[in-house]
Design a protein around this ligand. Structure first.
Ligand code: NAD
Ligand code: IPM
Ligand code: MN
Length: 371
């Protein structure tokens, strides 16, 4: 029987709460679909810092690299506000992304029809929304050097972050976006700020060339990233695939999350390059939301972003299309039936906590798999 080795990194705050609901789904797939998942659990973020003084240990880093796929919860929280910068919880996630070379972060924003009322926008603007943000994840201002605070000695300091992109980094993320568009509606919108940034000029040039030379069948348009943010809330259904850099992608995907009803709804896949010899790729799946300190420990977090991230793992790491479809259908069915966590609550619906939502999705999945 196939075995699939997963490393679970629940992290902090609502991370472990949401991850607990995925464990139910894993058990069902092992029992009813002979999925052969073998899980190990590691520490990341503040939890790892508390245990051994680093946001991820070398041992857990090695386990992440060796796993067939990693499922990540969330990191951070006020408890670690005073921790030295290099040891802060978020550094664990950044190290995973960088050392596993997970350059392509796919963030689909889908507005389930049942949730159109939960969006901050009017129903007609978001009903049926299905866009994919392809965020570059291992470059740009997140990783460029110098990155420092310099004491100027005159009572002033200078904070420096550096935005750097090289041709190959833009080429590979552009290809990821064009490939995705081919399986969707054939359109890519590239967002940068070439009007003020040299990296924006290069980004625009490289994406244009890849589109022209390799993907003439895909429609390509360019938008300045600030205008793109405006268009995302003005008329989001004009987009199919958006490709953008690390920082713009971070911000635009949080905006896109609210179009779907809640940050608690948005999953993501962080993917490395496909290894030509084995056909496999390193991958980590992570909800877009953070550790949500304001609701952590209350049992009310929405686990759907986490469960949907696992569905992306089924699809992208294991080609388990039937099971991924079944899990996504289970989520849609539960929402359709009016089961809601507080963040997506609407009049006439039944409000539940994290575990009840997980149980409802698990029950719906059993039903779908049995059908
Ligand atoms: P956040 O995403 O944690 O929370 C923003 C708001 O959305 C909060 O009001 C929260 O209650 C709500 N929310 C988020 N997820 C939810 C869910 N599943 N169900 C219901 N409501 C949900 O962002 P923040 O408050 O800006 O950051 C808190 C901490 O998380 C910070 O330390 C930040 O660095 C970290 N963070 C981590 C990740 C990650 O681990 N991938 C992502 C973003 C932020
Ligand atoms: C995200 C988060 C991370 C990011 C943080 C926690 C490092 O906001 O995944 O969207 O900025 O990339
Ligand atoms: Mn973010």
């Amino acid at each position: 029987m196939t075995t699939r080795k997963l490393l679970l990194l629940p992290g902090d705050g609502i991370g472990p709460e949401a991850m607990g609901e995925v464990s139910k789904i894993i058990a069902i797939l092992n029992d009813e679909a002979a999925a052969g998942f073998e899980t190990e659990t590691g520490l990341v973020g503040g939890a790892a810092y508390d245990a051994h003084g680093a946001a991820i240990s070398d041992a857990d880093m090695a386990r992440a690299t060796a796993a067939d796929a990693v499922l990540f919860g969330a990191v951070g929280g006020p408890k670690w506000d005073a921790v030295p910068y290099d040891l802060r919880p978020e550094a664990g996630l950044l190290r995973l992304r960088k050392e596993m070379a997970l350059f392509a972060n796919l963030r689909p924003a889908i507005c389930y029809p049942a949730l159109a009322e939960a969006s901050s926008l009017k129903r007609e603007l978001v009903d049926g929304l299905d866009i994919l943000i392809v965020r570059e994840l291992t470059g740009g201002v997140y990783f460029g050097s110098p990155k420092e605070i310099v004491d100027l000695g005159n009572g002033q300091k200078r904070g420096v972050d550096t935005q750097v992109y090289e041709t190959y980094e833009i080429e590979r993320i552009a290809r990821a976006a064009f490939e995705a568009a081919r399986t969707r509606h054939g359109k890519v919108t590239s967002m940068e700020k070439r009007n003020v940034m040299k990296t924006g000029v290069l980004w625009n040039e490289v994406v244009s060339r890849i589109g022209r030379d390799e993907y003439p069948d895909v429609r390509l348009e360019h938008m300045l990233a600030d205008a793109g943010g405006m268009q995302l809330v003005r008329a989001p259904k004009q987009f199919d695939v958006i490709v953008t850099d690390n920082l713009f992608g971070d911000m635009l995907s949080d905006i896109a999350a609210m179009l779907t009803g809640s940050l608690g709804m948005l999953p993501s896949a962080s993917l490395g390059a496909v290894d030509a010899a084995t056909g496999t790729r390193k991958a980590l799946y992570e909800p877009v939301h953070g550790s949500a300190p304001d609701i952590a420990g209350k049992g009310i977090a929405n686990p759907i972003a986490m469960i949907a991230s696992f569905a992306m793992m089924l699809r992208y790491s294991f080609a388990m299309t039937r099971e991924a479809d079944a899990l996504e259908a289970a989520i849609a069915g539960v929402l359709e039936a009016g089961t809601r966590t507080g963040d997506i609550m609407a009049p006439g619906c039944r409000q539940v906590g994290t575990t009840e939502m997980g149980d409802a999705v698990a029950a719906a999945l059993r039903g779908t798999l049995a059908a």
